[in-house]
Ligand binder design. Structure first.
Ligand SMILES: Nc1ncnc2c1ncn2[C@@H]1O[C@H](COP(=O)(O)OP(=O)(O)OP(=O)(O)O)[C@@H](O)[C@H]1O
Ligand SMILES: [Mg+2]
Length: 297
């Protein structure tokens, strides 16, 4: 969550605290919780600032942003509630199916697949949006095969191939294979299949040449698929998306105020049992906070 609004938010919280100071202690408890959230957010925003500042070195372990333990994502998140994003999901689906007026995957290159990339700062909802698209597509029958791969900062090409192979065959693969054999097996599995591959969380590398080489190695078995296959990439680094060959990476749009309010209240109240008056008070506070967020999660 971007929390540059910390000091103003705190004073709003102080005012709200004063108004209800003689009311239910339960309200105070939830206010304190909100304050804690703002404080935690400010610590997180310091990390974000160092992660996204230009010229930052992602492999520099003295940079605290690079020491954050990244969670390995899967095709569905732990919380299934997604606020907003239907518009973005539908736009991506139009691109995936090649039905958007300004994007024709088949004409963009001679590959059997096309690539769409979503970029934006950490926590802005890229993975959540990709999960939303993935879940939607899985309900339809446009694609024959689905693969969700969390790539991460220091990925191994062999491990990613192995994961793709497992996703493509639907079976765990225990046997040890060299990279070449893995690639051949994967090509065999993708042959004549229209697949949908998500490469979640692509990073930019310190050694740009080696990193780009590894990223392009990931793409090499994908050529054996059926025309119309799609790769959806999420990344914090627009350049990483471009170096993979994504056309016009799309910056994840900010959530509109209503969706952001719903998301904020959902996580802030965390299922708290409130009466109507309490709810009204917290909604008023929530609205003030969300205004200051200006669309940033
Ligand atoms: N539209 C949304 N509805 C509900 N929850 C959301 C939404 N967008 C983001 N979140 C929540 O915010 C958190 C961060 O979102 P997400 O992991 O998608 O961000 P990200 O942009 O992929 O971050 P990173 O660059 O670190 O991978 C998640 O816990 C997710 O559940
Ligand atoms: Mg992500």
């Amino acid at each position: 969550m971007q929390v540059i609004y910390e000091s103003r938010t705190k004073s709003a919280l102080d005012r709200a605290k004063h108004i209800i100071s003689r009311k239910a202690p339960k309200l105070k408890k939830v206010l304190n919780k909100l304050e804690k959230l703002v404080e935690e957010g400010s610590r997180f925003s310091a990390l974000l600032a160092s992660t996204t500042s230009s010229g930052s070195n992602v492999n520099d372990t003295s940079n605290p942003a690079n020491n954050v333990t990244k969670i390995v994502t899967t095709s569905s998140g732990p919380t299934q509630i997604i606020f907003g994003r239907d518009k973005e999901r539908d736009e991506i689906i139009r691109l995936l199916h090649g039905t958007s007026s300004n994007f024709d995957p088949s004409s963009s290159n001679s590959n059997c697949y096309s690539m769409i990339a979503i970029y934006g700062i950490a926590g802005s909802g890229k993975t959540t949006l990709a999960q939303h698209v993935y879940a939607y597509e899985k309900m339809g029958n446009y694609f024959d095969l689905f693969m969700w791969i969390h790539v991460s900062q220091s990925f191994s090409v062999g491990k990613v191939f192995q994961e793709m192979l497992e996703a493509a065959s639907g079976e765990p693969s225990h046997e040890f294979c060299n990279l070449n054999t893995l690639q051949e097996k994967l090509e065999g599995k993708l042959k004549c299949k229209r697949y949908f591959l998500v490469l979640d969380d692509i990073w930019a590398g310190k050694d740009v040449g080696v990193h780009e080489y590894k990223l392009n190695q990931l793409l090499s078995p994908l050529e054996s698929g059926k025309k119309g296959s799609m790769v959806l990439v999420t990344t914090q680094f627009k350049d990483a998306a471009k170096s993979l060959g994504a056309h016009g990476p799309m910056r994840i749009p900010d959530l509109n105020e209503t969706d952001l309010f719903d998301l904020f209240m959902h996580f802030a109240l965390d299922g708290a049992n409130l009466d109507a008056q309490e709810l009204e008070t917290f909604q008023m506070i929530g609205k003030q906070i969300v205004k200051k967020l200006k669309g940033h999660i």
